[in-house]
Design a protein around this ligand. Structure first.
Ligand code: NDP
Length: 247
């Protein structure tokens, strides 16, 4: 039931971090995977090569999730290369830039809205033109989809709350097609965006009951489960994977 053979998947922001781990595991379970990146062609290509060497199917595309026009063309291109239809969409591309209200720049606000919020909306709208019934949409939210647990993170928190809102609305919009939509909400996960080093990391770990950062591969396990036939009755859910941080 966890097998994804014959399925096609699009993972946004799949060159590094959580997205890369998702792309790798979906391919390992048998899906043909298109992954996007905005800047890092090299890690994207080396991940694709690793998947191909392991006998999987994958390719990488340069698609800025924050640019609606690029997104439409990019999704169409990805779907064409995947054979014309899509079963799984993982909306992972995202960024966090902190600063209190009155301090955070307008550019930073706009960029987070463009990528984390509009990017998820436009990617999904473009993907739905090609989605097979019974498909899976998995939005990578955050524990910031539930709470804003420290100052200076209202813009990021706003965008991640929006991801949860879109998830719940789309679960209703797409239920008649048996397409499930869920929001995976990671706690601190060790990536380039959130390295496990220094005083900040020590404070984060002190706030996590399990006492450590999560790994991208652990998030990927949840994503791959939600993408599988085993998860057919889960939709509209927000699922924390945070080591107990918000317990
Ligand atoms: P990373 O910064 O490590 O990786 C981000 C990935 O997204 C890269 O592949 C990057 O591509 C890609 N990306 C960034 N902007 C764009 C864009 N405009 N268009 C296309 N791709 C883009 O981040 P994480 O892996 O840590 O985070 C992934 C997701 O998980 C984000 O949505 C984040 O908000 C969420 N998250 C992360 C947590 C954490 O602790 N790490 C906690 C909770 C949520 P490129 O290589 O080209 O830059």
């Amino acid at each position: 039931k966890l097998d994804l053979a014959g399925k096609t998947a699009l993972v946004t922001g799949g060159s590094r971090g959580i997205g890369a781990a998702c792309a790798r595991l979906l391919a390992e379970r048998g899906a043909a995977v298109a992954l996007t990146y905005s800047k890092s062609a090299e890690p994207a290509d080396s991940l694709v090569n690793a998947i191909l060497n392991a006998g999987g199917t994958a390719f990488a595309l340069n698609v800025d999730a924050g640019d609606a026009k690029t997104v439409k063309a990019g999704v169409r291109n990805a779907v064409d290369q995947l054979g014309g239809a899509l079963d799984i969409l993982v909306n992972n591309a995202g960024l966090a830039e902190h600063g209190a209200i009155g301090v955070l720049s307008d550019q930073s606000l706009d960029r987070q809205i463009d990528v984390n919020l509009r990017g998820v909306w436009h990617t999904t709208a473009a993907a739905l033109d090609h989605f097979r019934d019974g498909g899976r949409i998995i939005n990578i939210g955050s524990f910031f989809s539930e709470r804003v647990p420290y100052p200076g993170a209202s813009a990021y928190g706003m965008t991640k709350h929006a991801v949860a809102g879109m998830t719940r609305g789309w679960a209703r919009d797409l239920a008649s097609r048996q397409i499930t939509v869920n929001c995976v909400e990671p706690g601190p996960i060790e990536t380039d965006a959130n390295p496990d080093e220094g005083a900040r990391a020590a404070a984060i770990k002190a706030a996590v009951p399990l006492g450590r950062y999560g790994q991208p591969a652990e998030v990927a396990e949840l994503v791959a489960f939600l993408a599988s036939a085993a998860a057919a009755y889960i939709t509209g859910a927000q699922i924390l994977i945070d080591g107990g941080m918000l317990a």
